[in-house]
Design a protein around this ligand. Structure first.
Ligand SMILES: NC(=O)CC[C@H](N)C(=O)O
Length: 201
């Protein structure tokens, strides 16, 4: 089977780590900064970083509407941390001017697990990931307050939802790109491969 091309939205955040993790999970990975680059990828990763900044830059670079349109049209997307916030249909506590791309019927709370110096690691059991729990790195991480009927909860930590999937859209509160364990990226690249029609191969 030929290899999917997966973009990483490269406006701000930990882009490089995702490019490395995707390459390790057998995808061709490339940064996406312009609408023309977005049009060329089979799937997209939204990195961790600062969701307010990423949202404002996406508007500035003319990417917000193309991103919404492609997600609505079924583009497979994986968002980590700030990326999860960008994929939420609703933010409980948005900063002024903060917009989301949307794609998952969920309500998120930003910085829910505390401030930078309260960052932590925890073993997280993720539905669909075989073997030992995933080492979750939580950095000023959001949690998901609630999900709608179409969204499937894949993991919880301390009674709070930290991984969700709805159709082709996957999101985690934590950062698997920082651990060297590429199983979350492999789960995503499997989703991307399953999404490709025989004609597109
Ligand atoms: N590590 C992260 O991505 C932090 C997310 C950040 N708290 C935000 O609101 O965007």
């Amino acid at each position: 089977m030929n290899t999917p091309v997966i973009g990483v939205l490269a406006l701000q955040g930990d882009v490089r780590e995702h490019l490395i993790a995707l390459a390790a999970a057998d995808a061709v990975a490339r940064p996406v900064r312009r609408p023309e680059e977005l049009a060329e990828v089979d799937a997209l990763v939204l990195p961790g970083g600062e969701s307010t900044t990423i949202s404002k830059l996406a508007v500035l670079f003319g990417l917000m509407e193309p991103l919404r349109a492609r997600v609505r049209a079924g583009l497979p997307v994986y968002g980590t941390c700030a990326g999860l916030i960008l994929l939420a249909d609703k933010i409980l506590d948005p900063r002024s001017g903060q917009e989301t791309i949307g794609g998952i019927d969920m309500i998120v709370r930003r910085n829910a697990f505390g401030r930078q110096n309260e960052s932590f690691e925890a073993a997280v059991d993720v539905k669909g990931v075989e073997g030992a729990p995933v080492e979750g790195v939580f950095i000023r991480a959001p949690w998901v307050e609630s999900v709608g009927a179409a969204a499937e909860v894949l993991a919880e930590h301390d009674g709070h939802i930290v991984a969700v999937r709805q159709g082709n859209v996957l999101a985690t509160s934590f950062h698997p790109e920082l651990t060297g364990d590429h199983r979350m990226h492999a789960l995503f690249t499997d989703m991307v491969r399953a999404n490709r029609t025989p004609e597109s191969l």
